[in-house]
Ligand binder design. Sequence first.
Ligand code: GDP
Ligand code: MN
Length: 345
Amino acid sequence: KFKPKPVEEKSPVDEYVNAPAFNDTLHVDNRANASFVILARNSDLDGAVRSIRDIEDRFNRRYRYPYVFLNEEPFSDNFKKRISVLTSAKVEFGLIPKEHWFQPDWIDEEKAKASRDKMVKDNIIYGGSVSYRNMCRFNSGFFFKHELLQKYRWYWRIEPDVHFHCDINFDPFLHMEKNNKVYAFTITMYEYEATIPTLWGHVHDFMKLHPEYVHPNNAMGFMSENGGEKFNLCHFWSNFEIADMDFWRGPAYTAFFEYLDKQGGFYYERWGDAPVHSIAAALFTSRDQLQFFNEIGYEHNPYTHCPKGGNRWEEGRCSCDPARSFDYDGYSCMSKWDRFMDLRW
Ligand code: GDP
Ligand code: MN
């Protein structure tokens, strides 16, 4: 007797669309005046190798932007050798001048020590560390003054042991330049208040002294719920930064950093470069000059930004889990940013 052949069930695997083919086009003819900047210790070598492997794989093998590594101690030959083998781009290794790094003489060490001891007691992360404070002050006010960076306008800050989870199929530097952007981020969150108890007060004093630097279309509304009276602690996580060094080198930020530095809070408290950069970018530029790079899947332990909306995740062949993006974490300021900028995903 005739028995009809059973209809073959479609395998569920067929429902999924393969990622687009690898994009191997070289983009070295039309580039911005830009460099990667990596601050690292010799002991950060393995983590730095992993970060460079990631960014080369996902972006820079097609763009070949140069790298500048900075350290307050000379990089070892082994460090230089193991980094240089990873890329065909130019890599330079620089020594940070002492006066850009170490705690200045005019800081009252007794007072600084008392503050460190208290922060250790209060269990504040890096609370007892002087080198961490040197690093935060250097990243706030000095890296862009380094001689190896003078030839560049744009930089992309990379840290050891970070991850880039998606193909970056465009040039973020050129995007910034073409759209008149100043500062770009991928993750925004709340700062630990105990590290910056007096910072906002000094910001206020500075704004009163220099109202001419405060941009009429600033992003104060992102950082304060009451017109600037109280800081809501939202800031951009500066271990990822793509920004215009001409902004840090310009009159507003120069005056701002000098004013803050004089207050001694990098040592008497534990001011991070993240709130310092973020507040400056939010107040002294137009809000339209701040850029959220949704497309750039980025991880710095313990948080990951994974692209959201449209099919950006597929187009980026991303290795991150979009359901676990930090954007939706209670500790993230992303929803505040979206509301402030009137963004819909
Ligand atoms: P966290 O991200 O706030 O936990 O701080 P990290 O330990 O990652 O430090 C931030 C960046 O500064 C990283 O690129 C580190 O490699 C670098 N860094 C931190 N401390 C020092 C230091 O004492 N010397 C040098 N040369 N780099 C440092
Ligand atoms: Mn880090």
